[in-house]
Write a protein of this length. Structure first.
Length: 172
């Protein structure tokens, strides 16, 4: 017998009304303990990663604030030195545009040596740059990369456990 639609089929063979029955699935005690271990490891790895990232952000903010403060201090020193030099120059005499007023720093070439400044700001700037070595930043970045890898690994183990517990490295 040929049927053209579901409506015709329903008329020929009536079905009982549909009912939805909820089934609450529960883990056994062993399964619950197993998943608790995996969830705990995933949370621990994620928490370590986020705390490390927060520390790095705070350190970067402190470094930026320190650099801004150093830059402002240098600008203030330069402004003070410029005002001191203007006060030391005679107002009615010729103006020396080379900037080498101090006879102590004039060498054989008539004061045109530019190796050092009279106030030593180049040496001070070099000393400030040596405060933060790059090796510690590399270690922090490496540690951050390790923590990200560990968090991804634990999340992968959790996903595998959702498929089947025997796929994880925690199965014994």
């Amino acid at each position: 017998m040929w049927r053209n639609s579901k409506a015709v089929q329903a008329l020929d063979h009536p079905l009982p009304p549909r009912t939805l029955q909820e089934a609450h699935l529960r883990f056994s005690a062993a399964e619950e303990a197993f998943y608790d271990v995996i969830l705990g490891e995933t949370r621990r790895a994620f928490d370590e990663m986020t705390s490390h990232q927060r520390q790095q952000q705070q350190q970067q903010q402190q470094d930026q604030e320190q650099q801004q403060q150093d830059q402002q201090d240098q600008e203030q020193q330069q402004q003070q030195q410029g005002s001191q030099q203007q006060q030391q120059r005679p107002a009615d005499g010729p103006v020396d545009l080379t900037g080498d007023d101090d006879p102590v720093y004039q060498g054989r070439d008539g004061g045109h040596a530019h190796a050092t400044h009279a106030n030593g700001t180049a040496a001070a700037a070099g000393a400030e740059k040596k405060k933060h070595p790059r090796t510690t930043n590399r270690r922090r970045r490496d540690r951050g990369a390790e923590l990200v890898q560990e968090a991804h690994g634990e999340l992968h183990q959790l996903r595998l456990a959702c498929v089947h517990p025997k796929l994880t490295r925690y199965w014994r």
